[in-house]
Design a protein around this ligand. Structure first.
Ligand code: ZN
Length: 334
């Protein structure tokens, strides 16, 4: 099997703080012998579990990169027991241009796992994660937000797993992140996601959606920073006490595809609910106005297909066929 062309300047076995790069040769018009250089930091002190933490899997999601570029600035590792591998912007080519998918090959990193060692730049990054970095890790945290086209209530999420013991450990790590909401997620195309591949490798995998719209707020950045610390404390890699809301996160479930509302009538969205609103099946969510002409034809009404809390909404006010207009999470009674 062909080996992956990415080289790391980090010695993953070495104790201490190392800042470096994952370097992927990328010959192109403006740089014949050029490379993609992805910043990476490792903190290691003695034996203990390993956490791999990544941001900007999608390049237009910023809570992860801000929290992680902060985190890598620490100079003291006396409170660390084990190893923390931090990559603030794993899809670096997409991150540098503020794009969801890579500008090099137009590939969505989080739909291309497990990747290919001899594929396009994005496929090679995916393969390196799966073949080299994930095997080193016991715990993986991949920090997402909604990007330019979605806005989310801030939540940490995980999935139902066949391995119930792994599901229990994963849910506990998701709780520990202490986002305002915790979601048992249902993904519409899970097969080639980082999440699925890492879960299949038997690792604890936690993801997030912390906001969106292609920007951040002090609140969502604060949730990400606190969440990274909490995750590492929970994993036993960092000293400290998990902090957050005393009553913990509000638990939500996405049991089936009816949690998603997709656009079937392109046009101008008039929203009738906000993020965080409670809805029941049949409640009016939005009206979509045809923009081809003025007329007396009423706008198309979109109704709730599930009862619960509005956890995501589309950001652009012009909807295209197939756009995800809303996501609803079912409230879990505890
Ligand atoms: Zn994302």
């Amino acid at each position: 099997m062909r080996s992956n062309p990415i080289s790391s300047s980090i010695d993953f076995d070495k104790d201490g703080i190392q800042h470096g790069f994952l370097t992927l040769p990328y010959s192109r018009n403006d740089s014949a012998y050029g490379s993609v250089m992805i910043p990476i930091t490792q903190f290691k002190r003695g034996d203990g579990p390993t956490a791999l933490i990544t941001g900007a899997n999608h390049g237009d999601e910023y809570e992860g990169p801000i929290a992680l570029f902060n985190f890598v600035g620490r100079t003291d590792i006396s409170d660390i027991h084990g190893r923390i591998i931090v990559i603030p912007a794993i899809n670096y080519p997409a991150f540098t241009v503020g794009s969801r998918v890579s500008p090099i090959d137009n590939v969505n990193l989080n739909r291309t796992f497990p990747g290919r060692p001899n594929g396009t730049v994005t496929e090679v990054i995916a393969d390196y994660l799966i073949q080299t970095l994930v095997p080193l890790a016991d715990f993986v945290l991949d920090i997402h937000s909604g990007g330019k086209t979605l806005d989310f209530l801030p939540f940490a999420g995980c999935h139902r797993l066949e391995d119930k013991e792994l599901e229990r450990r994963t849910e506990a790590a998701t709780d520990a992140f202490q986002a305002p909401y915790k979601v048992m997620m249902f993904d519409i195309d899970a097969e080639n996601m980082f999440d699925t591949q890492v879960e299949n490798m038997g690792k604890v995998f936690v993801t997030t959606e912390l906001g969106g719209g292609g920007t951040t707020t002090p609140q969502t950045v604060g949730i990400a920073k606190r969440g990274v610390d909490n995750f590492l404390i929970h994993c036993g890699i960092m000293d400290g006490v998990v902090s957050g809301k005393k009553e913990g996160s509000i638990a939500l479930d996405m049991p089936d595809p009816s949690c998603y509302i997709f656009c079937q009538h392109p046009g101008l969205i008039e929203p009738c609910v906000s993020l965080g609103d409670t809805v029941v099946v049949g409640d009016l969510m939005a009206k979509i106005h045809s923009t081809d002409r003025t007329s007396s034809v009423a706008p198309i009404e979109y109704k709730a297909t599930h009862s619960g809390i509005v956890i995501a909404r589309q950001v652009p006010s012009i909807a295209k066929m197939g756009d995800c207009l809303y996501v609803i999470g079912e409230i879990v009674e505890v």
